[in-house]
Structures are given as structure tokens and as C-alpha cells.
Design a binder for this molecule. Sequence first.
Ligand code: GLN
Length: 518
Amino acid sequence: VTSVTLVRDCFSQISKYNARLNAFIKVQNENVALEKAIEADDRFNKGIIKGPLDGIPITYKDNFCTKELSTTCDFISPFNATIVDLLQDSGAIMIGKTNMDEFGMGAFGPAYNPHTIISDQKDSIDQEPRVAGGSSGGSAAAVASGMCFASLGSDTGGSIRLPASYCGVIGFKPSYGQCSRWGLVAYASSLDTVGIITRNVHDAQLIYDIISKYDEKDPSSLPPKLRSINASLASFEKTNSNFTDLSKLRVGIPQEYYVSELSDPIKSLWKRGISLLRSYGATIVSVSCPSTRYALPAYYILAPAEASSNLARYDGVRYGHRSDMDSKQDEELLYAHTRSEGFGEEVKRRILLGTYTLTAGSYNNYFIYAQRIRKMVQSNFDSVFRRPNPLHLVKNESSSFYNRNSDEIFEISNKLRNESHGVDVIMTPVAISTSPKVKDSLSSSFLSNSDNAKNLDDNSFVNAYVNDVFTIPANLAGIPAISVPFGISPIDGFPIGLQLMTQYGDEHTLFYISKVLE
Ligand code: GLN
């Protein structure tokens, strides 16, 4: 297949479906993309390949800075995000920016779930329009409907995994610090990660290998020394040579994820996933993550607090929307008008909530408690996994660990791993239900529309937050997590994904087990 054919196919899917799915915010000019495809094909004919993605059409969620197309809130960026540069250097062709809620916050984006259109079993599917999920919903809808090969999104509390599960595609969130956030518009900086949506695990791994590089421009990027220590640590993936024999694999099933709200089709698919891994010889272990129930409220303290600080820069002076109201003599009025007009309801709610929890009077009661819960969630995961956490190993053994060679690091960590009763991977559902109906769902864009806002009761936004209950713990702990499509609900015909999580830095075990499930 030539690159020109691939690019043409994607544009033909876009012109067929985008009006109905609303997956893109901006579509690249087809001729610009085709020119690049012709160049890629020419290179190929001469035996030159730029990189593993040479000539492959991909998309970015609108919160990635790109020089060629504008970025969220119509910002024309003078630079590319680091991951955009890395993917471009490997030959990828950007064909558009995908839809998201304002700053990636809302629980449901206005992109529509493509499953009603693309499934070959249309008769068994409830035709009532469903959401693609948020906030990387446009990315999931674009990949699921063949509008691009892959899409890069962001995951702060589940925004990659939730839409992936709803749309029946792979959604992968790497460990915090593995992929550069430079050029990704910040929402909650200590939780934000770049994420990848693809149709299969192999493609996600391919892209991850290109973008998981140290970047000096991102202060939270994992430094090279820690990357090499991490690569030397023992893991299931490293010690297992036979793909169909998982007899040395220990799979954790956290009791706390078995909540009463979980729908029956999801419960039974979760059980089927457990049986599948067991049939390959894996040992299934019931594990406990008692801090899970506090993770959601802690997240909704921490994320708005960070957002209120990150969004302070939208004052109408440096960039973004500026109010036309005559307030030029009074800076405070200018800021107030600009921010009242420019932000949607959900963003304003988050800014107020975050500002409140950071005030002197409530800081100790909310923010500090939420940080403690975050720490508990992290140590909970550390006690459940048997692979040691590289970040702690370095801390505990201080400088001596830095001087060991990779064989020594492997030996020490393998010993620790074998002595532990922990697990290699945790398997849970991604969401409580299948993709919600558009009419029942809440999104920031819905709320910004005052007629819709009036029809929603005061607590409906809290109900929307609950959808993130299974995905948030991985963000609080910074560990890698993936949503793998695992079946279809017999009730409404919509896809269901299972979530896998591994120890910090153990992406390769995560991919390994995901390939067994897919
Ligand atoms: N729904 C969550 C929030 O609004 C997750 C968003 C995300 O992961 N970007 O914060």
C-alpha cells in the first residue's frame, strides 16, 4: 500500500463521516498531506525510509501545539510539541487536530461514538446516538472510523482510556515522565500524560518507542540515567520467553473495583478476561487497593487546584481570547471580562473549586488531605506489584545504585521480585458502563449552552465525574495503564474494554499481556 493510498483513504473516511461524528476540530488541507505522501512514496521507491512511520497519516488532539494547524483556543503556535517533532521525524503525516472539551476537562466530549455507523452488526446495536467519551473522544472516534492510523491524545484522569473503551480501540497511557509534555497545553501538570490511541497493541508500542525519549524542555521528563536503570530491571516480559505460557505471570484483581454500579455485561467480560489469562497458566491473585475509593475525590481536588493555577495565564493580554468590552484602562476589569467570556461553565467551575481549595482557610482541609491520599494510592500500588519501583530503588540505595552495571541491577531487582508475593499486572474494567447516550451525558459544551444548563440538576456534573473512578488511580500513581477492547455488550451492542496496569516503568509487560487479551 502506498502512502498516497493511505492518505486518500483517510480523507475519504473523513468526508464520509466527520460531519456526523464531529471527530475533528481542524482537518489538514488534503493537497498538503498528499504532497507529503508523494514524497514518502518517492523515498520508499529509492530505498530510503525516514523512520517507522514514514508516510503514515496520524492526528493529534487539539491540545498539542503544532506549527501547521492552530491549537486549542485558536492559538497559532510558533513551535511543535516535542512528540509532534519526534513523530514527524519518523515520517508521520499530520492530517488533522481532533476534537476535545475545552482544555481536556469535561467528562464527555461532543464527538459522537462511531460504533453505530461502522459496526458490521448494525442490527444488534442501539441506534440512539452515543458519546465517544472524553476528553480525547475525537481521537478515539477518528481511529475507530478509519480516519487515521493513530491519534495522539492526553490522559489526566482517564481521557485516553475511557473513549478508547467506549469506541472499541486501544488507549494507552504511559508512566508519568516517559513522554515529553513540552507543547501539550497543561491542564493538571502533575497528572497529565501523553497518550496513544490505535487499532492494535503493536501500533501503540511502535509509537511509544518513538516518543518515549528524555526531553530537557520538560522538567518532569524522566532523566536518561533513570531510564537506563529502569530498562535493566527484571520484569515479567524480560523473564518470559514463551508467549503462550503465562505460568509465571501473577495477575492481580483488586476487590475494590467490584462495585455495585458495575453493569452485568462488564462484570461478565471481566470474568472472561480472568479465565482467559488463567487458561494460559497465569495465577490469579485477589489484591486489595483500599485507597481506591478515596482516589476519585482526591483527584477532583488536585486536578482543579492545578488547573486554576495553569489557566491563570489566560488573561487576554498575552494570548487567547480578549474581551471587546471597554475595560482597557482597568486591568482587573479586562481580566474579569475576558475570563468570564472566554471560559466555559465547566472550566469556570474547576477554577473556582481549585482556587477555593488552595485558599489559606481550606488548604489544610482539602489540598493537603488529597495529597496524602495520592501518596497512599502510590504506596498501595507499590505494595501490590512485585517489580520494584525504579524511582524508589534509586532513592533507597542512593548513589550506590547509580554506579551498578545493568547485570547487577537486573540481579538485585530479580531477587526482590522473586521474593515478593506481589503481582505483575492488575486487570480491571475501564468504565462502569458502555458509552453513555448523548442525551443523558453531560459535557462542558452542553453546559455552556444555557438552555441545556438549566435542564440539568445541580449535581449532574458530579455524576459525570464518577465515570473516571477506575482510571484515576493510575494517574495519581503515575503508572502505565491501557484499555484493550475485549467484547461487545449483549444489551446495547457497544464495545467494552478491560484495563491493565503495571508497575511504574513496566510498559513492556503491559504491552505483552495486552497482546494476549486483544
Ligand atoms: N474527566 C477527567 C477530568 O475532567 C479526565 C480528563 C482527562 O483525562 N484529560 O478531569
